[in-house]
Unconditional design. Structure first.
Length: 168
């Protein structure tokens, strides 16, 4: 239940960064912090980059280096592609969400979360779509993931308050 309250907050933080044209590139559990009130903070923007519109601009700032934590990296990020954008963060969010639900990082061929733990089967679609191999098949905005999770789980600020036992 806590995971389902945390994920929408991660989405809000990511959406804010993406709206500012910032791609984090290293979303993983160690970089998702909770304060004493249960509010999410995303840490370690050391690998972050500004989203660019031209490959030339990317090359000047990036030098085609693979950056991030491999278990959480999007396929295009692993390949060192110059087309890495905010959707790589959405992929990483999907990996983190899967791990929060199941306790395991997905690798190779893996079962959907509902096959491993008792969760709403509709969450499988959210996680698997966020982790789609092709960026075009993923959610295009972190806010879309937030909306889906809140809709499936019926989350409201009051529900989040109940889960964490504190007021935001």
């Amino acid at each position: 239940e806590q995971a389902l309250a945390i994920v929408p907050q991660i989405c809000e933080a990511l959406q804010f960064a993406h709206d500012e044209r910032i791609v984090h590139r290293d979303i993983k559990p160690e970089n998702i912090l909770l304060d004493k009130h249960g509010r999410v903070k995303i840490a370690d923007f050391g690998l972050a980059k500004l989203a660019t519109t031209s490959p030339e601009e990317y090359t000047l700032t990036q030098a085609h280096q693979v950056m991030g934590t491999p278990r959480y990296m999007a396929p295009e990020q692993m390949e060192g592609s110059h087309t890495v954008d905010h959707r790589a963060d959405i992929y990483s969010l999907g990996v983190v969400f899967y791990e929060m639900l199941t306790g395991q990082v997905p690798a190779g061929h893996f079962d959907p979360p509902s096959k491993k733990v008792q969760v709403d089967v509709r969450l499988d679609e959210v996680v698997l779509r966020a982790m789609a191999h092709e960026p075009e098949r993923r959610y295009q905005q972190a806010s879309e993931v937030k909306t889906q999770v809140e809709t499936i789980c019926g989350l409201s600020p009051e529900a989040t308050q109940r889960i964490f036992g504190t007021e935001f």
